[in-house]
Design a protein around this ligand. Structure first.
Ligand code: KIV
Length: 312
């Protein structure tokens, strides 16, 4: 493969052909790709996205998994936590991301209350993510106690991503956003959760906010790929929240967040510059304006002149 630019000067035809930047066609990422990556020890990349633009940019950056997380309750809708976001709101955002994503695996996060009232309703809601929003996988928080429910959803031909450790939908049960799996009994429970999910046949397991050592043990124990967030480097993949990596969250970042850009500074600067240009009459310029054709301008001038003459 050659990714270089086409040479400017002469050269043999075969040189020119071989230098054409055709690139390798990007493969569609599927659930099977994630398993293959785990087997090959190739790190899986995942970012959240919440609309067409973020979905498209993240996909074009070759991120493997694009998660429309219920974190959008906070990042996009300004809620205090994830609990109040609805299925309809999640579907609205998932549809928008779907339109921007071509290659990445699209995961839709099932919000609080959408799978807690019984398996039938959970399957119905999961199917809405697939049919109405184009999600390829649905994500559900919880381990061992959700295994039967997850089997029901998988039986309906819908791949499921599980999420254990610090599960934000359990914030009231956990008494805050606290690192989980610190005591021996909690570690045992997390292992039981991971094994139950592995047996249920989930597509991947998100491990959030747990000690590195525990995430490493889980990752080694299960054949399902693990994707960590605040769970150390031994996971099979890593996920971060789009707004966190771009400084769009208006608060102190968690320990595990690495900022890769400062969109807040960029947006503030752009908005302030626009305002300054408008109030100082610098925007728009003549070049940024549409114009009439010469003929229409002349015709208009004649009409206006006639009107002025009549008024005299
Ligand atoms: O909602 C979300 O963004 C998530 C990830 C942090 C895993 O669940």
């Amino acid at each position: 493969m050659c990714t270089g630019s086409i040479r400017q000067g002469g050269g043999a035809l075969e040189d020119i052909v071989s230098l054409t930047p055709i690139g390798e066609p990007r493969q569609k990422i599927t659930v099977a790709t994630l398993r293959e990556k785990k087997l090959q020890h190739e790190p899986i990349t995942c970012l959240t996205a919440y609309d067409y633009a973020s979905g498209r940019l993240v996909d074009e950056a070759s991120i493997d998994v694009i998660l429309v997380g219920d974190s959008l309750a906070m990042t996009m809708l300004g809620y205090e936590n994830t609990l109040s976001v609805t299925v309809d709101e999640m579907l609205h955002h998932t549809r928008a991301v779907r339109r921007g994503v071509k290659h990445g695996l699209l995961v839709g996060d099932m919000p609080y209350g959408s799978y807690h009232l019984g398996a039938d309703e959970a399957v119905r809601n999961a199917a809405r993510f697939v049919k109405e929003a184009g999600a390829e996988v649905v994500k559900i928080e919880g381990g061992e106690k959700r295994a039967d429910l997850i089997r029901r959803i998988i039986d309906a031909e819908i791949p499921v991503a599980a999420h254990i450790g610090l599960t934000p939908q359990s914030v009231n049960m956990m008494g805050g956003y606290k690192v989980q799996g610190k005591s021996l009994s909690d570690i045992e429970q997390l292992m039981r959760d991971a094994v139950a999910l592995d047996r249920a046949g989930v597509a991947c397991i998100y491990l959030e906010g747990i000690p590195r050592e525990v995430a490493a043990m889980i990752t080694a124990e299960v054949s399902t790929p693990t994707i960590g967030i605040g769970a150390g480097p031994e996971c099979d993949g890593q996920v971060l929240v789009f707004h966190d990596i771009l400084n769009l969250t208006f608060g102190d970042p968690a320990k595990f967040v690495r900022r890769y850009g400062d969109a807040a500074a960029l947006i503030t600067h752009a908005a302030q510059s626009f305002r300054a240009d408008v109030v100082s009459h610098q925007y728009p310029s003549d070049k940024e304006s549409y114009h009439l054709s010469k003929d229409t301008r002349a015709a208009l001038e004649t009409v206006l002149e006639r009107k002025r003459a009549l008024r005299r």
